[in-house]
Design a protein around this ligand. Sequence first.
Ligand code: HPA
Ligand code: ZN
Length: 320
Amino acid sequence: MTAFAELHMHIEGALGPDLIFGLAERNRMHLPYDSLADLESRYEFTDLQSFLDLYYANLAVLRTADDFADLTRDYLRRAAAAGVRHAEIFFDPQAHTARGVPLQVVLDGILDVLAVSEHEFGMSTGLIASFLRDQPVHDAEAVLDELLRLRAPIIGVGLDSAEVGNPPTLFEDVFARARAEGLHAVAHAGEEGPPEYIRQALDVLGVERIDHGVRCLEDPELVRRLVDEEIPLTVCPLSNVRLRVVDSLGQHPLRTMLDAGLKVTVNSDDPAYFGGDVGVNFARLREELALTDGEVETLARNSIEASFASPARKEQLLAM
Ligand code: HPA
Ligand code: ZN
């Protein structure tokens, strides 16, 4: 099989129960869970917000650069084993600065490990800072200021957290500024939110990829546009099932999207929360949707073409 890239994963979403307990012990913190089993029993979600509540609560254990480094290494090790050869990784600066963890500490921990990822794991990587759309726009502006001041070596900006009621239009200025600084732009849109948010992300934020985007199927004209303009959609099948965006994996519209000519990729989103890494997503899709070798091949090629890797690296990945 061709190598593939993972373009939609939140590093904070790689924080699993074992690491949560390990870091709590190292940082001498009390967890609001009786046991590992108690924590594990809480991974039953009804929608995006019910997941975000647990995801943000668990971040309390991430305090030092070493904590972020351990988290990043854990993700890279698993992703490499699953066959990922290039990863573009989201992180949520505001979820840490709001808890009193300096942005520089977060960056140091993640970037120290990303710096050796090609050598240690055979994976090229890029880091994308995501703004929390359910927090004031002013906070996103402050994060961008700080990232620029620190000359953080990020490749782009994204937009995540609770979607409905927090439309892309709110973030027009901060995205314009990020793009003027030469950063790539992506945004979550059309996960729980309407197709209109996908249009706004393209027209108002100027994004190059849409994260999720599955609800585009409700709007045939939008689908035509996404096909014509070859806008990549970073779809996360197991996430969609666990957050009840779709009823079951067997009913996931991934094949409909492929057949429509959409440039779809498969990603894990938050691998520690949704039942597995990108390899598990592919394996389950083969079982439940009878995804063929040819379709997997197309998805792998799409992921490399849709990445922000250099032309030379893309060529290398496509030849693997
Ligand atoms: N959607 C929106 N925000 C997120 C997600 C997601 O799946 N994961 C982490 N932040
Ligand atoms: Zn996501």
